[in-house]
Design a binder for this molecule. Sequence first.
Ligand SMILES: Nc1ncnc2c1ncn2[C@@H]1O[C@H](COP(=O)(O)OP(=O)(O)OP(=O)(O)O)[C@@H](O)[C@H]1O
Length: 283
Amino acid sequence: MSEGCNGNCSGCEEECGDRTEKQSLIVDANEFSRIGKVIAVVSGKGGVGKSLVTSMLAVAMNREGFETAILDADMTGPSIPKAFGLTGRAHMDQQGIYPMKSVTGIGIMSANLLLENETDPIIWRGPVIANAVRQFWKDVVWGDVDYMFIDMPPGTGDVPLTVFQSIAVDGIIIVTSPQELVSMIVAKAVNMARTMNIPVLGIVENMSYFECDECDKRHMIFGDSHLEEVAAAHGISRIARLPIDPELARTCDRGEMERYTAKDIEKLTDMLDFDSVTERASS
Ligand SMILES: Nc1ncnc2c1ncn2[C@@H]1O[C@H](COP(=O)(O)OP(=O)(O)OP(=O)(O)O)[C@@H](O)[C@H]1O
């Protein structure tokens, strides 16, 4: 029991063994923000296309007429501003920091939009990174947002865990690539989501195959997919496969993500059908 304990746990921040109520660490968003659904996009390791999938989802939902935003929580490898051609520094005043708007109006906040120089490295320890993500949530004036996508730091370690404890996330989308140790990576991500009581909305296998212009055949460059079995083993029914597409890489490098039209994009946006997620979870 902590010094000065009056036996009333609500309002007390001590994590002592006598706590009778489980303390929620969830932080409120900025008072000038009204945020609808929050979707975190996670991956087991870097470079599998998590930022691309986050961007595609935001573009697709924005095209459908929803107010959409991206919180780039991948502090040490922030790639979202580049994909949308955004440079410069975000504006701030007494109310908070303002997200930058992409060409089509997607609100974006990323560490790169706060740095003097986008090539400056972020050399921070885990707790500082997690705190910065919390600030992106509570100090950014997001305004009205229907769908917010969070590009999470790769892995299932301390930083993603702290982010999930701080931000009220409605669902998680897992991105993998065929050469990853899919079953282990997916199991880790699913276990983390279950520990946090957050539904897994679906699994995306990126760079799943390459479709050849000459022969119209699908080539499994990184090996055969085991996505179906792995998803079924965890009771996840929504899956999507994205091809290796050199045009996608070029569009992203040019900062023109909003011009890209992904094939089968509805397989991704179908994952955001929250009513069916609730039904699936309760059935
Ligand atoms: N399906 C694809 N076809 C072609 N290029 C792709 C595809 N997916 C990703 N890439 C390319 O791979 C690189 C890594 O993608 P991305 O930044 O989205 O990965 P990430 O998982 O977010 O990595 P990190 O965690 O390091 O930020 C990018 O240059 C991107 O253009």
